[in-house]
Write a protein that binds this ligand. Sequence first.
Ligand code: HEM
Length: 542
Amino acid sequence: MSKGDSDGGPWLWLQHAEEANDAIPRATVTLLVAAITALGFFAWFRRRRDATAPLPPGPRGLPFLGYLPFLGTNLHRKFAELAESYGPIFKLQLGSKLYVVVNSPSLAKEIVRDQDMTFANRDPNIAASIITYGARDIAFSSQGPYWRNLRKLFIRQIMSNASLDACYDLRKQEVRKGLSDLHRKSGVPVDIGEWALLILINAIMAMLWGGTLTGEKGEAMGVEFRKVVTKLMGLLGTPNVSDFFPALAWLDLQGVERDMKRVHHWLDDFIQSVVDCATEGRTDEMFEQKKGESKTNEQKKDFLQIFLDLEMDLEDDQSPTDKNGALKAILTDIVVGGTDTVSTMVEWVMAELLHKRNVMSKVVHELTVVLGEDKMVEEHHLPKLKYLDAVIKETFRLHPPVSLLVPRTPHASCVVGGFTIPKGSNIFLNMAYIHKDPRIWDKPLEFRPERFLENPSEYDLSGNNFKYMPFGSGRRICAGLPLAERMLTYVLASLLHSFEWELPLGTELELSDKFGLVVKKMNPLVAIPRPRFSTPELYMSR
Ligand code: HEM
């Protein structure tokens, strides 16, 4: 080493490399040292910042109970109120549990994009654990190989375009059956949510294993199913003292556990009979199985058969009984998650259109232009229905059915928006609030589908714009989105193209809602269909 090197400090040794060959290794070492120092500094800085970042602000509660006595049951309204006072992020201590509510797109982004991995866990409450066979489904299991495998299987084998195209005929038959049923009820008030739910149960069941609910017993079962699922969604969204004070859980003070076990018992019987019919090839009084239609090629395999055929590599030490539990847990996700959400949206869109008759006329006009008169809607028409698409998006904005998304839980403490989020806390992304924030949306309470036509590429349903995420975002985004989008648009287009709709004389439309995991209309929407097609035969075509 020359004298100049020792005089000039450590960096000069690079400048004075005597041979050109030395320069590259020396530069590499220098860069490595610089990178390690910078990383060390960054880690130190983050630790220091994380150690000092405060918890988010939030209302003070009572000793021991926290904010519990003030929470009420309409969480979405209470959270909107608190967001006005505390801003983009606030915390609530409820008994022994800490909840954090996020009310701004930029903080939502930190959770579902920047720190998605950290926030990809769930912390199922007691009600959710009961209904999902101990969180063995996709929606409530924690991230890890089990969840990853299930989700991958579901998305690749069931939600792929090829798979969904292959079972289009099954969906179509159920929608057509529903339309001819409506035709028989022309001029008579119809509960739209109930009608839509029966179509969706049948379409999902047809796709699952080729069977549908038929006959009087089947129809009665459909009505009972709706009651059970409505109860279930309510229980999932009920603040439960047993969750906030695990030591008191055995008392089940509100009876949530007892009620959920009843719901689970009913649903388990229902799903078990579906599995039995599918595996034993037998039919039941209330189910009708379509003969071979869904099994003409590999793609047309029933969803259930795909699950049964595939070696479920769950990377878990599950006994065969547990595997049956896992299968039934996934079926619960599909049967419950896939029906109630979509039928609730059918009801909300129809309610908004009956409220705004000029918007309804525009939708009907578009349908007539795209399809012509006396033609049944087909799924291939859907991409051309741009205005209807905007109407659906606007309804998702004003009435996101899963309004707080499904809560996430960080697996490690971290910092969001300069606040510490402790490991194991529950995070709600308050989409009901973000979707109506006047700082983001012009005249946010107005139903104006045109806002989605002005810049169509800005908003879609895939969770890339954090101002608008009715299906969530990131690795936990709704796994059923492709089917939900198709079914919702198809059912609505069919309802609106085939019938004129009006409210029963003397009824007034109101748009209030009630909270649950799925936020529903407070009062069911009842409307009267009148045929648009020129001949009754058109309603009979399958
Ligand atoms: C209008 C219809 C629907 C809406 C609004 C909706 C909304 C959501 C939301 C907000 C989540 C949580 C996302 C997050 O945490 O970021 C979710 C999760 C999920 N949804 Fe949907 N959903 C709908 C339809 C469906 C359908 C049709 C299915 C299945 C057939 C389905 C299956 C699931 C599953 C399995 C999950 C859990 C995903 C995971 O945790 O990895 N959903 N959904």
